[in-house]
Design a protein around this ligand. Sequence first.
Ligand code: MN
Length: 499
Amino acid sequence: MTPTIDDLIATVSAYDNQADITNIRRAYAFAAEAHKDQKRASGLPYIIHPLATAMTLAQMKLPDTLIIAGLLHDVPEDTNRTLEDINTEFGTEVATLVGGITKLGKIKYRGVERYIENLRKMFLAMAEDVRVVIIKFADRLHNLETLDSLPQKKQFRIALESLEIFAPIANRLGMGEMKGRLEDAAFKYVLPKEYEWTTNLAQTAIQRSEGYQERAINILKEDLAAAGLKPVDVHGRTKHLFSLYKKLIKNERNIARIYDIIAMRVIVNNIGDCYAALGVIHGRWTPLKGRIKDYISQPKPNGYRSLHTTVFCEDGEIVEFQIRTPEMHQNAEYGIAAHWSYDERKLNNDLKNNDTQIDWVHQLADFQQDMSDKKNYLKALDDVKIDVFKDRIFVFTPEGDVIDLPEDSTPVDFAYAIHTDIGNTCTAAKVNDSNAPLDRPLKSGDMIEIITDKNRKGPNPDWIETAKTRHAKTKIRQFARSRIGDWIKGVFPNGLMKK
Ligand code: MN
């Protein structure tokens, strides 16, 4: 599981025979020495973390500078070696990257202020140098994949932040593979039961399709050959779990309505061949109406390009096909990171002229810099925020604990979510430090303080009307019932008259 420095070197050498291997080994030795007295929460030596980070970057075929920065990324923050040391040993470019990551810092999730602050930090870092954010993603991914060793509260916080901030940014940068991996790693901790449910559904679907995929691929390969097309690759791909989950939620949790749990990917040499391959597929299998999507002539806003079609495949099974060139494939997986990847560097030595996605980052950074009004800012960020939590909100206790509630929940729901006694004795609430009525609908990111009065006789029965959670409603009703019991006891100390 944990890669070694030799694994890292082997991976880098496989795509870039001009990479400075000596320097990568030197960076590894430098980091290992600097972190030598530190351990991960799991008890393992700290160096496995920078190594895993660098390995993720190598899987994206990134240049040696980024691999070296990945190895050194935690040195200035966590050890007594400084950024100047790195500058002296590895030069300005590496030092600037590591400095950028250090600036992003250890961010904590707490309420709406922190959320905005975190986003702002990410955007500013991106505007300065997108490579910093790419390294940060690799860093965060390994932290997510090793969350098991952390306390539960911390697991939730880091995972939620990854879903709300990191994954949407990765998506906006077109880094589909990174987005998928971040989301799947976080999903498990944010919604454990839903994660388990989705995993089981996906596994059943995958087992069912064993053998089937191969059969369909072989038929298609023959048809493509007969049409004179030489595909670079034809393979099946399984949908990432969290994106499957979001789709299930949109489709009343009905797995039968989801056609791309397993999709077939056809990689061909050029755009002409993409359309030709689409024709071949439709010649063999009947397409479903309205399911042909041409993201080549009309790319998605994040730059994604491919042809999609859904057909009645062998035995009438409904299967999605995705057709693209190797370049589109590289871009779909690595997005903005593909700009620096080895394949692209080979094709295009003058990267400065190929910066359309980076322009977007600059616009975003400009836009957020002159954003003074918090509410407008959040509204404008809607497309960055994910939609799966549309019907859930996440609010905070003054201690920073996260409580998740259905949309439009009130301070009363919040109070009962914390403890029945708090619910029963609550008299007032403060939302984000201002007084708020107990029936005010809460929003994600609100920090709520409940004011209780221990002399209070119990909850107001009217709260049942405005409370949103079944839990709060039940507790209010229970209390009302027990009060009737007390009243009866008061009036008839010897119990009700027997018939
Ligand atoms: Mn790190």
